[in-house]
Design a protein around this ligand. Structure first.
Ligand code: AFP
Length: 322
């Protein structure tokens, strides 16, 4: 079976980017081990501290963030990082050539129920003129990313990775400690009969999203004339993994509760990396008003609405707002 290094070389990834990815993934392997220890490692449960979005942190969030921060800071390849668990940009090496944005443990409330969680990341070039702690360096659209991926901590530990030459899926072989290529060039089916949305927010959705979901629920008796199934992992990393594997549409749409917050999910370390992976697998990633990867960020913790998945189904959803 092909190893990660060999696939990255075949995809033409520069040597330094390969070294950076291997460093980042070494951190993810440590997170994978900690996660698998569960309650035995004494790491489950909440701390009293709150992160910048006001959510209660789990101890594993803090531990995972520290692991990635330390390993990237020491690597020398990285000029700065932005993380869901850090209020501000964290400066690293002044001569580092890359910027890394990450959500160290997406879906962390799932740790309480031993369910899917993961690390999501995106890598761009570091502008040479910037100081390491200058947040304006991160004001780049997703189209500038040179690599993006996630590591899913489930029954097996899996990696989805793109450097712009397709999206490849790897599985961690715990016998030798490396990621092996298990699905090269994964393709998302263009059509689907599966959707994913937190339906408890229904009353806050805009009318066209309400109409679209009503028509999915109406199934064979509605205008779509087919039955749809619904799945919700409550961790974007799990929902997007399912969509890469067998298709579907995942939505966290604009929410009228807080008009100044455009959505729930964060652009830099959730929406953009998933959009890159999904587009490279033949799917679509839209905010409802345009391509996610073309959104120019205004802030490192910016939120965006997200409609991601099977090409034809996302297109159908977008027709409802026309
Ligand atoms: P956490 O990482 O804070 O647990 O949030 C997970 C997440 O950002 C995303 O992965 C899920 O799709 C979404 O939140 C689920 O949120 P709700 O359950 O509030 O809809």
């Amino acid at each position: 079976m092909k190893r990660l290094n060999s696939q990255l070389q075949d995809d033409g990834a520069p040597a330094e980017l390969i070294l950076l990815l291997r460093t980042l993934l070494a951190g993810c392997k440590e997170i994978s081990f900690r996660v698998s220890q569960g309650a035995l490692a004494g790491v489950l449960g909440s701390t009293l501290s709150e992160n910048v979005q006001g959510e209660t942190q789990k101890k594993l969030d803090v531990i995972s963030n520290q692991i990635l921060k330390d390993i990237l800071q020491e690597s020398g390849y990285v000029k700065a990082i932005s993380s869901e668990e850090e209020d501000d940009v964290v400066g690293c090496h002044p001569n580092g050539n890359y910027l890394v944005s990450f959500d160290p443990l997406d879906g962390s409330s799932n740790t309480d129920i031993n369910s899917l969680i993961g690390t999501i990341f995106s890598i761009t070039h570091a502008p040479q003129w910037m100081e390491p702690d200058d947040p304006s360096a991160f004001i780049q659209p997703g189209t500038q990313a040179v690599a993006a991926g996630y590591v899913l901590y489930g029954p097996s530990t899996m990696l989805a990775l793109t450097t712009g030459k397709g999206t490849h899926i790897y599985t961690l072989d715990k016998t030798h400690g490396g990621f092996l290529l298990t699905t090269p060039n994964i393709r998302i089916p263009e059509q689907t009969s599966e959707y994913s949305i937190n339906a408890s927010n229904q009353r806050h959705w805009q009318p066209h999203i309400q109409n679209y979901i009503s028509d999915l629920i109406a199934g064979t008796q509605g205008p779509r004339k087919k039955d749809f199934n619904m799945r919700w992992v409550a961790a974007m990393v799990g929902d997007i993994h399912r969509i890469l594997t067998r298709g579907g549409i995942f939505m966290y749409p604009y929410d009228e509760r807080e008009p100044d917050k455009a959505g729930k999910l964060r652009l830099l370390y959730e929406a953009n990396p998933m959009a890159f992976l999904v587009e490279q697998a033949g799917g679509t990633a839209d905010t409802g008003t345009g391509r996610i990867m073309e959104v120019m960020p205004t802030d490192i913790h910016q939120r965006v609405p997200v409609l991601i998945g099977s090409k034809d189904e996302v297109a159908t959803c977008l027709e409802y707002s026309a």
